[in-house]
Design a binder for this molecule. Structure first.
Ligand SMILES: Cc1cc2nc3c(=O)[nH]c(=O)nc-3n(C[C@H](O)[C@H](O)[C@H](O)COP(=O)(O)O)c2cc1C
Length: 206
């Protein structure tokens, strides 16, 4: 059975293009593949910044955790379980100051967990443990980052691809919405280009 996890993270609410296209992909996949669809809206319910209760709590023996640590670790466990239960993850990210939103960063800070989602292998290098899943990553940005002068500054897509791969999510298909700040005509063309990408992704998945 296909279990789809849709993770949205833009703070721009209904105006968000990453949320719009990630949702279209997730819902389109559900129509085509069946199964379940769970949505984790990180903008509506942002995970807190990680703090000492989480950092110390996650390495403490469960029975030795303080109530504060139990809460902090419990949230991280829930977020990890959602990813583990999914075989398809659709992740929407809107660029904020050249990177992902703080809400999405905080989600990664909870799920990037030594011994749980990655480990250090015998060979010495880190090894991601969340393997065998497909990821559709929708990244939105006002500028153009797939090519040209700003390509070296795409800390959003590069960083997300790296973090996903670090925890074992290496099968990643990227859908971009970019170049939306150069006037209404450019925005229209950018959105049309993404709509075509979404159609292609769904046709391939069916
Ligand atoms: C606070 C803020 C910061 C932004 N920073 C950047 C940026 O550094 N580079 C860029 O190209 N666009 C930037 N943008 C534009 C957004 O990336 C663009 O609106 C994108 O569509 C946001 O994703 P979303 O539509 O999913 O919300 C910024 C927008 C906001 C609101």
């Amino acid at each position: 059975m296909t279990n789809i996890l849709l993770v949205t993270s833009s703070p721009r609410g209904a105006e968000s293009l990453s949320t719009r296209f990630a949702t279209e992909i997730a819902e389109g996949l559900k129509v085509r593949l069946g199964g379940t669809l769970l949505t984790r809206d990180l903008a509506a319910n942002p995970p807190p910044y990680i703090a000492q209760a989480y950092i110390n709590g996650r390495v403490a023996a469960p029975e030795a955790r303080t109530p504060e640590q139990i809460n902090a670790v419990g949230l991280a466990q829930q977020l990890v379980e959602e990813v583990k239960a999914a075989n398809v993850i659709v992740l929407g990210s809107g660029m904020i100051n050249f990177g992902p939103s703080s809400q999405l960063k905080s989600w990664f800070d909870h799920i990037t967990w030594p011994g749980v989602t990655f480990d250090y292998s015998e060979a010495g290098g880190p090894q991601g443990l969340l393997t065998g899943k497909k990821v559709y990553l929708v990244t939105a940005a006002g500028g153009v980052f797939s090519e040209g002068h700003y390509a070296p500054f795409d800390f959003q897509t590069g960083y997300l691809r790296h973090l996903l791969g670090f925890i074992g999510l290496t099968d990643i298909e990227i859908v971009r919405v970019e170049g939306t700040v150069f006037g209404p005509e450019a925005a229209k063309a950018a959105i049309a280009a993404t709509e075509a990408q979404v159609r292609a992704v769904l046709e391939k998945a069916a």
